[in-house]
Design a protein around this ligand. Structure first.
Ligand SMILES: C[S@@+](CC[C@H](N)C(=O)[O-])C[C@H]1O[C@@H](n2cnc3c(N)ncnc32)[C@H](O)[C@@H]1O
Ligand SMILES: [Zn+2]
Length: 296
């Protein structure tokens, strides 16, 4: 496959070198020893260590490895399979997980694609997250994928270079996703459903309201057409304090709740809750449908 990466300095194509990546204007980005490449420019960093911190990444890895979210991952893989259905054997397909965290969903997607019943495609997998700790953990899963530290607000990909963008429980930048997707590309957007984490939320909030529907469909309207929505709901019982605290560290509640409420959660050894997740597939509109050209 030709390079799909874009130099964050001059926006030209980035080509792989023995030590990392380089563009024609000689901007160089060395690969870290762990196998990822940091493409965040120092002056674009809004905090010293943006994104999830090491403690959150370790909690996420420990929790996801228990398999409690495998059904969400299976649902995402089905969404990808539906997008790719009908492609001829050996077709090339590039997938980016934008806000990939420690790489759980992308690694399971690769596994499913390798063992699935669909046609064997030439897949290229990329994961991007602004947290270098998360990306460092992600490289441990599979060093053959492209792992990059970068922001979803300035993705290091050329215009119209990707077939699928995944965005799972992470910040989204719709115009940027539209820019990097090919004309017929798909966005797979995963967000909490109305009852997600009820059980935990009842402990945190005196009155539990349902999650509002995500604003994504409205926000994406100009650039994407909604294709499918799948909802995955099931009950979950966490059996130890460690599991409960790890789940808490994966949620925004971790930062938002006061010490007393955190203490209430920390006192639990068992917790029953709902998993409720929505997986939306959007098709990129062509320039004509979108009404205007897609620019950064
Ligand atoms: C709730 S976690 C989800 C991670 C992963 N998709 C998962 O579900 O396991 C949100 C992720 O978004 C990342 N993140 C936050 N702001 C970001 C940005 N501007 N660009 C890229 N990633 C960002 C965080 O570092 C974190 O890994
Ligand atoms: Zn350059």
């Amino acid at each position: 496959m030709t390079s799909i990466l874009q130099c964050p300095v001059c926006r030209g194509p980035l080509l792989e070198t023995p030590s990392g990546y380089q563009c024609a204007a000689l901007h160089c980005f060395d690969a870290a020893r762990q196998g990822y490449v940091n493409l965040v420019l120092a002056h674009n960093k809004h905090s010293k260590e943006p994104g999830d911190d090491p403690e959150m990444v370790i909690s996420r890895r420990r929790f996801l490895e228990l398999g409690y979210y495998n059904r969400i991952s299976d649902g995402i893989n089905e969404g990808v399979a539906s997008v790719l259905a009908g492609l001829a054997r050996d077709s090339e397909c590039s997938v980016l997980d934008a806000g990939c965290g420690e790489g759980f969903y992308l690694a399971r997607l690769k596994e499913a694609m390798a063992h699935g019943s669909g046609p064997q495609l030439v897949m290229e997998y990329h994961g991007v997250d602004v947290s270098k700790f998360a990306v460092r953990f992600a490289t441990q899963r599979d060093r053959s994928m492209g792992w990059f530290v970068a922001s979803i607000n300035d993705l290091p990909y050329l215009d119209a270079s990707l077939d699928i963008v995944l965005n799972v429980f992470s910040p989204a930048n719709i115009p940027e996703f539209a820019r990097i997707l090919k004309r017929s590309g798909s966005l797979i957007f995963v967000s909490p459903g109305p009852k997600h984490l009820n059980g935990l939320r009842e402990i945190i909030y005196p009155v539990t309201r349902e999650h509002a529907p995500p604003a994504i469909t409205e926000k994406a309207e100009a650039l994407f057409a909604p294709a499918t929505v799948a909802r995955i709901t099931y009950p979950l019982a966490l059996e130890s304090n460690q599991e409960i605290m790890d789940l808490l560290a994966m949620t925004p509640y971790y930062w938002n709740i006061d010490r007393a409420t955190k203490g209430k959660v920390a006192a639990l050894d068992r917790l029953e809750l709902d998993v409720d997740v929505e997986i939306r597939v959007f098709k990129k509109k062509s320039g004509d449908e979108a009404g205007k050209p897609i620019t950064r």
